[in-house]
Design a protein around this ligand. Structure first.
Ligand code: ZN
Length: 171
């Protein structure tokens, strides 16, 4: 029988199964299991002797993870627009989460900076949060006196609709 490329899909899945390759993989797995501790020790030695490189790798990984969590949180709270709810600004580098009814500082202190994103994800995106750009964030804080360490100064904050209707800010 002559086979053409197009006939390959007609072959049973086991056709051409490379037994030698399977055997090689099995042996490799066995070897790894038997020498696991040595592998770990070697990795550990490498980490210690390359601590700077390792730190760089770790920080790169952390940054990637941080960006991933941030994107998921922003995506959710901006209804997929990735924009400031107030002015529409869309550069993710200057967007932030805003606690609509205040209390952001307290929340941040509790969960600590970037961990807040993970906290929100793990708690299935609780309500009461919107995406604001840093400008709108500061304007809102200024107008509503929502500054850190000023307990008792927090007034009722603007809703997104109220923020949206505000086109010019007079100081
Ligand atoms: Zn804005």
């Amino acid at each position: 029988m002559t086979l053409f490329n197009s006939d390959i899909s007609l072959l049973p899945a086991s056709f051409g199964h490379d037994i030698a390759e399977e055997e090689r993989k099995r042996k490799h797995r066995e070897y790894y299991e038997a020498h696991k501790e040595q592998y770990k020790a070697t990795n550990e030695r490498w980490r210690l002797s390359h601590s700077l490189e390792w730190k760089a790798i770790e920080s790169k990984r952390n940054k990637k993870r941080y960006r991933e969590y941030q994107r998921r949180v922003f995506f959710h709270y901006s209804n997929g627009t990735m924009r400031c709810v107030s002015c529409g600004f869309d550069d993710i580098r200057a967007l932030s989460i805003d606690h609509i009814n205040g209390g952001g500082e307290e929340e941040r202190r509790k969960h600590g900076g970037s961990h807040e994103y993970l906290w929100l994800i793990n708690h299935k995106f609780p309500s009461g949060i919107q995406i604001l750009c840093m400008n709108c964030q500061f304007i809102k804080r200024h107008e509503e006196n929502e500054f850190p360490n000023q307990n008792g100064m927090n007034k009722l904050l603007l809703t997104p609709k109220q923020l949206k209707s505000r086109q010019t800010i007079n100081f």
